[in-house]
Design a protein around this ligand. Structure first.
Ligand code: 73E
Length: 832
């Protein structure tokens, strides 16, 4: 018998996991029967599609079994509402989670194909900006793996996050068309279409008994078409669903216009309706404040709530009494907060329920996760806009607010108008605004931050009075990442070593990695660990060469900063350090340093000027340094274009150093920090977000911490921060900033890189770059020293991987289950 790659034993939703022969037959069958082509002439794209179709036979099997089980068991379920899901590619992830990756690899090899080439056929599903969207993707993976009845709801954007190119070092945005040639992972469900309303006016009517009733006469009806993406849990556990809504004009509404001769108007309405799900807003951490964004939020919340209610009614009919017990809705930041007044509207206006009963249901259903304290990211909508788009919801928000101020605020602080002003959901000022954060806290039974320090700051700095009103409402759930994608699939070499040293259970029980600590001093394991790192670095070096033309040496230390570009994340602090090293080399040709490659990956929001200037400056400095012979390969700088999940999967396994250098108090958690430490990188970081918890886990010897603490930041601001003082007091800072202003990096064009200096001096350096500079340089000096001791470095790297088991998203989900959702797991068994 042929030596077939075996897949793991089926344990859950998927009855029969495929052997390589099964897959081979199925791939060829789909090549003929689904793709309409032949082995001899099929393109890579066709082979990839046929393989996806073959994989889907098993995925859909698991999906059916999961849905049947959930229906039969009728357990409480969580509904994750998120405007963003940064899924990346699904091909290798689905194969790994099915336990069929090796079988597929062999099947393809026997067909003369390389699995990695096929993987490259897939576009990233980039329906998110950064950490918040990627967290949602990790969470749905964990919920399926842990067998929780869960469904993700969001928007089926036609265009995800823009593609980034560089033109003479400047960021250019190009549209992302991830489904131009179809997407094999999604299933359209026309049977579950919903219709939602916007605009129009509210009429006050009275029934025969004289009871007042509000009737909303909408101005527009829009259709939501659901696309389901199966979410495959690890090793045959549940296959849940991510349901994304696509907007279309309502046929019903358009025909009216059409028949009255308004062909052009009818097609304009089509275009406008389709615009809703056309593009993802490319702003991370800033509120766009645009009408279309509010409509996007309402569109997906309303469709999703109607979908939930339809499913609930299948079992309970018009009996609402079990709704709060059956349905939990997690609001991923305030973006879906409009779901709160929407559920109130459905209950009060449609189901004709009394206000108190309806409000009681809402308060059993909604929970809210806060992801940021940055003022520019705290959503506010003008009352004027609300009145235009969602007039009935505005009335409902006023009533929620009125009762809140009278029944809660005035009871605890009688007659205190200042408290009412501060706590009101409606902010007064020259333009009245709806505060979505306040609405979310008032309407939810639980509110959480995403790392311990962040949750503490949510309580102390953002909502202290809300804490006084409801102390038990606030909790913490520290973020996590799925070890299936962020170690098993992206770092197969390290995964194999882990299987051999700590056993094969670590992907679903990440604390098992602790066993690796026993080998931290073992020379053989150290060598194996560092050999893997070296191979990963060699692979990345090849990718860097292909993408940028720059040659980098895998023997150098790879120092990586990958995250959205934002001043608070301080990519420019990293740049100043690079400039300091370069300057030292020029001043002292024998300057002794461990050769380093600084790698960046970051997209800037298209309208964020300074962020784009920072990208430009890094690219220009990189050009100069990389071509300067005097550097003698001690320094290389690379800005990777189009950073995205797929690129992260290549960079993270190759990192020696992880840059987590936000101003303390600004990064709510971070999740890249977790992925990098898990893959054996050593963090240079501030005491911010989850870095603090990473430091607790790995120990002070295995992380390089620098910079002001949250309390020191506050004290410095209180005392008055003057960045000029640092400029004049530290000759290195002065020299570097002045250097940036010359034409050294932009020959013939002095001042081209001046924006950074201006923001740090005239602009007041709001993120304390200069205040932290010296201690940052020292933290790197320490890392340089560590790297010279090969065994010592290997030990630290191993201890990082061994110590970060806490940061699996499985643990985060278990925390949500215990502290927020109170769900029961619902294991799925395949029907024989
Ligand atoms: O610290 C990260 C955090 O790890 C935080 O900045 C990010 O969420 C991650 C996951 O918890 C985040 N993104 C946004 N707010 N916080 C955001 C705001 C507006 C639009 C899009 C994203």
């Amino acid at each position: 018998m042929k030596n077939q790659a075996k897949s793991q034993l089926a344990t859950g939703a998927v009855a029969h996991l495929p052997t390589s022969d099964d897959l081979k037959n199925s791939i060829v069958r789909h090549l003929h029967g689904t793709l309409g082509t032949d082995i001899n002439k099929a393109s890579r794209q066709a082979w990839w599609s046929a393989t996806c179709a073959a994989v889907n036979e098993y995925v859909f099997d698991g999906l059916r079994n999961t849905q049947r089980t959930h229906y039969e068991q009728n357990t409480r379920a969580v509904h994750y509402f998120s405007l963003e899901y940064l899924m990346g590619r699904l091909f290798s992830n689905n194969l790994h989670n099915l336990g069929a990756y090796d079988a597929a690899k062999q099947a393809l090899a026997e067909l003369g194909l390389n699995i990695a080439d096929l993987e490259d056929q897939e576009e990233d599903m980039a329906l998110g900006n950064g950490g918040l969207g990627r967290l949602a993707a990790c969470f749905i993976d964990s919920m399926a793996t842990l067998n929780y009845p869960a469904i993700g709801y969001g928007i089926h954007y036609e265009h995800g996050l823009f593609k980034q190119e560089f033109s003479d070092g400047r960021q250019i945005e190009r549209p992302d068309s991830w489904r131009e040639y179809g997407n094999p992972w999604e299933i359209c469900r026309p049977e579950s279409v919903q219709e939602i309303s916007v605009y129009g006016y509210v009429e006050t009517t009275y029934d025969l008994q004289g009871k007042m009733k509000k009737v909303w006469h909408p101005g527009r009806i829009i259709k939501g078409i659901p696309w389901d993406i199966p979410v495959v849990g690890y090793q045959g556990s549940s296959v849940n669903v991510l349901r994304l809504w696509e907007s279309r004009a309502s046929g019903f509404f358009n025909w009216d216009v059409f028949n009255s001769g308004g062909y052009i108007d009818a097609s304009r309405e089509n275009v406008e309706a389709e615009t809703i799900s056309k593009v993802l807003y490319p702003n991370d951490e800033t509120d766009a404040g645009k009408e279309l964004r509010l409509i996007q939020q309402y569109f997906f919340c309303s469709c999703s709530l109607k979908d939930i209610i339809r499913r609930y009614k299948r079992t309970y009919g018009d009996d609402w009494s079990q709704f709060g017990a059956q349905v939990a809705i997690q609001l991923n930041d305030t973006h879906p907060a409009i779901a709160i007044p929407e559920l109130m509207r459905i209950l009060v206006d449609r189901a004709e329920m009394g206000w108190d009963e309806a409000w009681n249901i809402c308060q059993h259903v909604f929970a809210y996760t806060n992801h940021t304290l940055l003022p520019e990211a705290l959503e506010k909508w003008s009352v004027r806009l609300f009145e235009k788009v969602l007039p009935r919801h505005l009335e409902i928000i006023y009533e929620i607010n009125r009762r809140f101020l009278v029944e809660q605020v005035d009871v605890l602080w009688p007659g205190d108008n200042e408290k009412k002003r501060k706590l009101s959901i409606i902010e007064e000022g020259h333009e009245h605004m709806v505060r979505m954060g306040h609405l979310s806290v008032v309407g939810s039974f639980r509110v959480n931050g995403v790392a311990q320090i962040h949750s503490d700051l949510v309580k102390s700095d953002l909502f202290p009075e809300m804490v006084a009103l409801w102390p038990d409402k606030f909790t913490n759930v520290t973020n996590g990442v799925t070890p299936r994608r962020w170690l098993k699939a992206c770092n197969p070499r390290l995964s194999k070593l882990l299987d051999e040293t700590v056993g094969v259970d670590w992907p679903r029980d990440l604390k098992q990695l602790k066993k690796l600590a026993a080998y931290a001093d073992d020379a053989q394991i150290q060598d194996a660990f560092m050999a893997i790192k070296h191979q990963n670095k060699a692979d990345l070096a090849q990718t860097v060469k292909e993408l940028t033309g720059v040659s980098i040496d895998p023997h150098a230390m790879f120092d990586i900063q990958i995250k959205r570009l934002h001043e608070y994340k301080r990519q420019h602090l990293n740049l100043l350090h690079i400039l300091a090293l370069y300057r030292r080399i020029l001043q002292n040709p024998d300057y002794d340093m461990v050769p380093r490659v600084f790698l960046f990956g970051a997209k800037a929001a298209p309208g964020y000027k300074l962020a784009k200037e920072i990208i430009y400056a890094i690219n220009k400095v990189a050009e100069k340094i990389n071509s300067d012979k005097r550097v003698k390969n001690r320094l290389k700088v690379v800005f990777m274009p189009n950073y995205r999940v797929t690129l992260a999967e290549k960079m993270i396994p190759a990192a020696d150093v992880s840059e987590q250098i936000s101003t303390a108090g600004k990064e709510a958690s971070g999740t890249g920090n977790m992925k990098l430490a898990l893959n054996g990188a050593i963090t240079v970081g501030t005491l911010d977000g989850a870095n603090i918890e990473i430091a607790e886990e790995v120990g002070a010897d295995n992380i390089s911490i620098f910079g002001l603490t949250v309390d020191e930041v506050k004290a410095l601001h209180a005392k008055g921060y003057h960045s000029w003082d640092y400029y004049y007091a530290d000759p290195e800072i002065k020299a570097i900033l002045d250097w940036l202003e010359t034409d050294y990096f932009t020959p013939g064009k002095p001042g081209e890189l001046g924006a950074i200096k201006r923001s740090l001096l005239e602009g007041g350096d709001p993120y304390l770059v200069l205040a932290d500079f010296r201690s940052y340089v020292d933290a790197h000096q320490k890392v340089d020293g560590w790297y010279r001791d090969k065994a010592g470095w290997a030990k630290k790297a191993i201890l990082n991987t061994a110590s970060v088991g806490k940061f699996t998203s499985d643990r985060s989900i278990e925390d949500y289950v215990e502290r927020v959702w109170k769900l029961e797991a619902c294991p799925v068994t395949a029907k024989p």
